[in-house]
Design a protein around this ligand. Structure first.
Ligand code: ADP
Length: 160
């Protein structure tokens, strides 16, 4: 049984995240997508909303579940007894940070491996922040986010 965790802020979930979820779910027996409550990052959507959006999006994928966690990723993986952490990699800009995180986590617990999945070239430019920037300026984000959560995402920026 190969089980993995895909952690992130998912603030909000994008088509880039979903692509990683779908591809990972095909090569793992089970995938837990975990919204990490990171005290260093000021989130736009509260944790319940981010979990709710992810649950809508993963509905068709029966070996995927959504969870959330406040604390150290490596402690979470240990608690869940899951030995694989999956990260998405977009560009060189992701690499340096993710490389450091993977090595630190390896130091903290060598039994837990970090695997990197390369972005789909269609979504290599896509991030949650770019979605929020466009939505805040009234732009169309329908090609960037899963349709199930589109309205929930833009409702945050509606001025009425
Ligand atoms: P962001 O880095 O956009 O704030 P998250 O922290 O939610 O997003 O990202 C969670 C994980 O998903 C990270 O491993 C990140 O590198 C990956 N990821 C985010 N967007 C994409 C994308 N468009 N393609 C591939 N991986 C992505």
């Amino acid at each position: 049984m190969t089980r993995a965790i895909y952690p992130g802020s998912f603030d909000p979930v994008t088509k880039g995240h979903l692509d990683i979820i779908i591809r990972t779910s095909k090569i793992m027996s089970h995938l837990t997508v975990t919204v990490m409550d990171n005290p260093r990052k000021v989130a736009t959507y509260d944790i319940e909303k981010r979990v709710e959006m992810l649950k809508l999006v993963i509905e068709p994928y029966k070996n995927v579940e959504v969870d959330y966690y406040k604390g150290l990723l490596i402690d979470y993986a240990q608690q869940k007894k899951i030995g694989i952490i999956v990260k998405g990699l977009r560009a060189i800009s992701d690499f340096e940070f993710e490389f450091q995180m993977a090595l630190v986590n390896q130091k903290l617990n060598p039994a837990i491996e970090t695997l990197f999945m390369m972005t789909n070239s269609k979504y290599s430019y896509l991030s949650s922040s770019i979605v929020k920037e466009i939505a805040a300026l009234g732009g169309n984000v329908s090609s960037l986010v899963p349709p199930e959560v589109h309205d929930m995402i833009i409702s945050k920026f509606k001025l009425d």
